[in-house]
Design a protein around this ligand. Structure first.
Ligand code: NDP
Length: 249
């Protein structure tokens, strides 16, 4: 808790999409009065966040630089927080990777795990000791429906989300006695830049070395039906932000 009774919420990946929306929604929550530390790896991208935050910026919302791939950057950010107290961690930062395994290098695959899985682990390791000492806290992890089910050409992204699920399920049991909750959010398709970028990547891809039947299925069946599902049932980043708001209430 902050000195004035506000709960301190740290959100990763607030330059766009879900992270930006949840940071702003919580900063504007008059009922709960959170102090939101909105973080991003490149603070030159702050304009959209600050515009959405309006006059909460500098009051209930502050901005910090944080790259989940850098232990040093995480440590710097946490040590700048009063008493290093984070009541609620919203581990949202993540990247996608689409395509057949044949055309993706191990380096590209490692980058996804570095960000999605180890990024989450680094964040949890940094905030958990203080939460344990205070016997209170909530860790929210942004997984995906792809953390529960594999999807063609999403092998590596799916694997990173499965890894997050496994880690958190094990951790949640151990943290119960410290009164620390661990919650996984598993959205289906959400209309954000993440998804737009994925679709752009798909359009550019040539799928060298991939099985032609799988490529045909992917292009002719999977992608069009995904787009249909997206159109009909896709949620907004705001919807997911509201869901997180309910989870932490
Ligand atoms: P966006 O691309 O809009 O947001 C991703 C955020 O993560 C950006 O702020 C990005 O920053 C940040 N990020 C990436 N790498 C790092 C890093 N090393 N350190 C800190 N921040 C980083 O996508 P979404 O809002 O859609 O995605 C947010 C989360 O939701 C992800 O974990 C994603 O897997 C998950 N998700 C998304 C779904 C969707 O359909 N959109 C569905 C299910 C889950 P930068 O601008 O610098 O790249």
């Amino acid at each position: 808790m902050g000195s004035d009774g506000q709960k301190v919420v740290l959100v990763t990946g607030c330059s766009s999409g879900i992270g930006l929306r949840v940071a702003v929604l919580l900063a504007k929550d008059d009922r709960r009065r959170y102090h939101v530390i909105a973080t991003m790896r490149d603070t030159k991208k702050k304009d959209k966040l600050l515009e959405a935050a309006g006059d909460t910026y500098g009051k209930t919302l502050t901005l910090q630089m944080l790259d989940v791939c850098s232990e040093e950057s995480i440590k710097q950010c946490i040590s700048s927080i009063k008493d290093r107290h984070v009541d609620i961690l919203i581990n949202n930062a993540g990247i996608g990777l689409l395509g057949p395994v044949e055309s993706i290098s191990i380096e590209e695959m490692k980058k996804v795990f570095e960000t999605n899985f180890f990024g989450m682990v680094r964040m949890i390791k940094e905030v958990m000791p203080d939460m344990k000492r205070r016997r209170s806290g909530h860790i929210i992890v942004m997984s995906s429906v792809m953390g529960l089910q594999g999807v063609v050409f999403n092998d590596v992204y799916t694997a990173s989300k499965f890894a997050m699920e496994g880690f958190c399920e094990s951790l949640a049991v151990q943290l119960l006695k410290f009164n620390i909750n661990v919650s996984m959010i598993e959205p289906g398709p959400v209309h954000t830049e993440f998804e737009v970028k994925m679709m752009q990547d798909v359009a550019k891809m040539e799928y060298p070395g991939a099985d032609p039947d799988t490529v045909r299925y992917f292009k002719d069946v999977y992608l069009p039906s995904s787009l249909d599902i997206f159109e009909a049932m896709g949620q907004s980043a705001e919807d997911i932000a509201r869901c997180i708001q309910k989870v932490i209430e």
